[in-house]
Write a protein that binds this ligand. Sequence first.
Ligand code: ADP
Ligand code: MG
Ligand code: MG
Length: 908
Amino acid sequence: MRGERPVAAKQKFVYSFTEGNKDLKDLLGGKGANLAEMTNLGLPVPPGFTITTDACKVFLQTGTEPGSLNEEITGHLVALEAQMGKRLGQADNPLLVSVRSGAKFSMPGMMDTVLNIGLSDASVTGLAAQSGNERFAWDSYRRLVQMFGKTVLGVDGELFEEALDEAKHAKGTADDLDLTAADLEALVATFKAIVLRETGRDFPQDPREQLDLAIHAVFHSWNGDRARLYRRQERIPNDLGTAVNVCTMVFGNLGEDSGTGVAFTRDPSTGAQGVYGDYLQNAQGEDVVAGIRNTLQLADLEQLDKKSYDELMTIMQTLENHYRDLCDIEFTIERGKLWMLQTRVGKRTAAAAFRIAVQLVDQGLIDLDEALHRVTGGQLAQLMFPRFAPTAETKPVAYGIAASPGAAVGKVVFDSYTAVKWSRSGEQVILVRRETNPDDLEGMIAAEGILTSRGGKTSHAAVVARGMGKTCVCGAEELEVDTKNRKFTTADGQVVHEGDVVSIDGANGRVYLGEVPVLPSPVVEYFEGTLHAGADVQGGLVQAVHRLMSHADGRRRLAVRANADNAEDANRARRYGAQGIGLCRTEHMFLGEERRKEVEHLILADNDKDRETALSSLLPLQKGDFLELFQSMDGLPVTVRLLDPPLHEFLPDITELSVRVALAEARKDPNENDLRLLQAVHRLHEANPMLGLRGVRLGLVIPGLFGMQVRAIAEAAAERKLAGADPRPEVMIPLVGTVQELELVRDECERVLAEVAASTGVNLDIKLGTMIELPRAAVTAGQIAEAADFFSFGTNDLTQTVWGFSRDDVEASFFTAYLEKGIFGVSPFETIDRDGVGALVKNAAQAGRATRPDLKLGVCGEHGGDPDSVHFFHEVGLDYVSCSPFRIPVARLEAGRAAIETAGSDSR
Ligand code: ADP
Ligand code: MG
Ligand code: MG
């Protein structure tokens, strides 16, 4: 059955291309599975066979290949030789093969393909005679020695490159085609001498030995440093192993009527249908992408070789219909005969992904569920960033790594101090560094964007910028950054000084000099409602987004709410499709000159009367805030979190205040209030405020505080109801660790609600719930549910407390090292840590529902807007996710995808 491993009496380690199919990627790797699929579709694939990932696993575990492998390979080789009518390396008429790695997921660091295996001093003349082309034979041989020497024997590839350049130089040419048979024969001798010198052994002349060594080298490459690192970062399991494909050679280097090419069934950057690809005459293997000669556009092949071109077009159509998706293809033409060497579902840009998905629906190839499955929240997020509108004359001066998307323009600064200073005076700045470290943090916060000349996607700059949602281009190595002299130099010698303007594009890593105009995203305009869903802009992009969003909304079970503290955010959230507010923080309602004073009074109060006075002046201010918010979210739930942060955050800075008090004392003019304030600041000072007096603890030690907040909520709701509106507040108690805390606060809240209901005559139905953000709360969720109408998982604090990380400190310090060492694939603050934090969420959800089956469950940490995490929250049965307004479309889309996702999909 397709997709299932065939069960054989004895484990089978080698499959002919005629035996496999595309659903056997676990066993045959992506390349092998697709070669088999094409073979079985009747497409012209050179015959060959695939050695399974199982064989690789055995080899890696035991250090030697499975006992039966050698025999099986021999069997398949004999069959291949019979089919081709020649033997591997046969002196007068050699069969040649390529050895190609191919794991389930294509990954960097695996062994490069070795072509022309089977050539030797003996068979090279046979090949020359057979093909009637001496030059071709020697060109193929020198390629074999070069590739084999480098990838199988581990010789430094530069040595061969230098020798090749020397040969061309001696000939006075830069074109490898100008080298004659004799030149190439001499080069082979040079290459062989290099192999001998570097490895202490001769280049192997026995074809079977060549084959076996190459196969083992592929197995070994699975554990190469680069491959391992990539797997850790991409969370690809280490035990998958790679398959090895042995494929009969076909030759694109037999003359002008031969060549090699790559093609896409549609444009991978826009999704437009048409003919896309490159072709190189008289060339082999990677020549076409290596940039050794200028390639032709695929369309030009029609003039050169109409027959092959037409056949290729037909095959591309066949593949697209068969895979029901954009395919990329590698092919070779040997003397006018087309051969298919690879295909797979091709990578594409975010915009192309949306357009292609919808086009395929319209063509009747896939349904909307499948279309939705093929686009991601990450792609949607990319489409929502503003973009540069480069004109013809704006050429990038450097290409770095696209580390964190966005389009940022600003004046160049080279240190954190200047970044902060300039941005305070209203300048937009781009912080340019060779690489960043924790000392640059303030500057990074102040800057519009960050540009570095060193480091990759897991460098400090990249990690921190992504965490902050800030545009970042890193590793722009062409730039010479000279922080000491406050300048950088581009590859073509232009010098950029502090204060000069640059533009950086974090979506594609491009760096421009001067100010490039920024265009708003049409997708954002669509969500904002300023662009109609049917608007035909950017090749139907908005229409495609609209159709897939609508489908996601129709499919998803999770509701999506917003984290919003004010009417402006709430209104935006509504436009973006929020179904309520999942987290309204009330702390900002305690800020501002006037409110701060009252909070100070509250904190300083040492008797009930003073305290009540302070609370009653805060009450109307809070109520006013809630009135606005309930108006924005009329008819939808608004979860209000009672005060959470430690009190000292509302008090003056300890140093400033101490100085003030000391000065006043020196002047013999002490200020009574300042003195009391300073005492309070000292009293409330905490070594570790994150774990200190905050959340529910505040409510319990400051009499009347939570009561006042609940009263403001209830009175605002009553007022709206009396005016005929439909307010739906919910009250949420933060940082509860035990049900006793919640019960005490709950009693107080219920008393206040009853009072307001009685005095206004309005029937208030306000739910009281809690955040689950401490491990103890998660573990005792069954008890806590007895006093809660709902749970909202505060996964930010829960992640901090479960891991014992202080987010503010660790992201900028050791996370880079952790990511590089592969301890995380991604920060647990970005994507929920399923095994640790996630397990607590899952168990707490179950325990809570066991106590109270109608318990409402949501999440309000930033994970609520993260694609992977949304899938997790769907799986564990939450009712809603809540995220920042800008992430709402992403959450809607991913909630839809989670709902349709079928088991066993391997989209990566
Ligand atoms: P990659 O995984 O890097 O794409 P491939 O195994 O596809 O490596 O090999 C790279 C290129 O080598 C192919 O695109 C093709 O041009 C060439 N190649 C591989 N096998 C053969 C073959 N049997 N005959 C001719 N060319 C081949
Ligand atoms: Mg390939
Ligand atoms: Mg919290």
